[in-house]
Design a protein around this ligand. Structure first.
Ligand SMILES: [Zn+2]
Length: 188
């Protein structure tokens, strides 16, 4: 298993729409395992394939360390889609691809998500709280959408300096990154 580097803002792969996975093969199985490794190594709670440079509709979510979510097992979802949603709530979010930035985002409160599991079996589950939020955040990644896209123009303006630093790879994180405009030190 491998810990993969995380692609950071504003690498073009984060703005592309990932493609549906048509069949289960060894590459997808390995990718899912490596994504869990990467997620745990970076202390994240969710990761989409775009974030490790792969344009497959695959996400991994692990909120088992979060308060009140300890009963929810880590899950990999292939071709996830939201088929129903209810209510809205606001919570502060962050993203492994946008280090050191957090912002409040409004999202649906309860969702029904349809996906294929790692046996390529169709599943449909209800999700709410942090679990539902992470799923929505990761599905956004598969569609080239980032949480900062929800901020108003003023808030985005205020973040511009910090975002430019991220673009140049000037971030202090305990995991390897692939920046949009790598400086000499970040090229490995
Ligand atoms: Zn993210």
């Amino acid at each position: 298993l491998a810990i993969l580097p995380v692609y950071t803002y504003e690498h073009p792969v984060l703005r592309k729409k990932a493609k549906p996975v048509r069949s289960l093969d060894d590459d997808i199985m390995l990718l899912a395992k490596d994504m869990f490794e990467t997620l745990h190594a970076s202390n994240g709670i969710g990761l989409a394939a775009n974030q490790v440079g792969s344009l497959q509709r695959l996400i991994v979510v692990d909120v088992s360390e979060m308060e009140d979510s300890g009963h929810i097992k880590p899950v990999a979802m292939i071709n996830p889609e939201v088929v129903d949603e209810k209510g809205t709530w606001v919570m502060e979010e962050g993203c492994l691809s946008i280090p050191e930035i957090r912002a409040e985002v409004e999202r649906p409160e309860q969702i029904v998500v349809r996906y294929k599991d790692m046996g390529f079996v169709d599943r449909e589950i209800e999700a709410d709280g942090i679990f539902g939020r992470v799923i929505l955040h990761e599905i956004d990644h598969l569609n080239g959408v980032l949480f900062i896209d929800y901020l108003d123009t003023q808030a985005q303006k205020q973040l511009r300096g910090r975002l430019n630093k991220i673009r140049r790879g000037e971030v202090d994180v305990p995991y390897q990154i692939v920046a949009e405009l790598p400086t000499a030190e970040t090229v490995k």
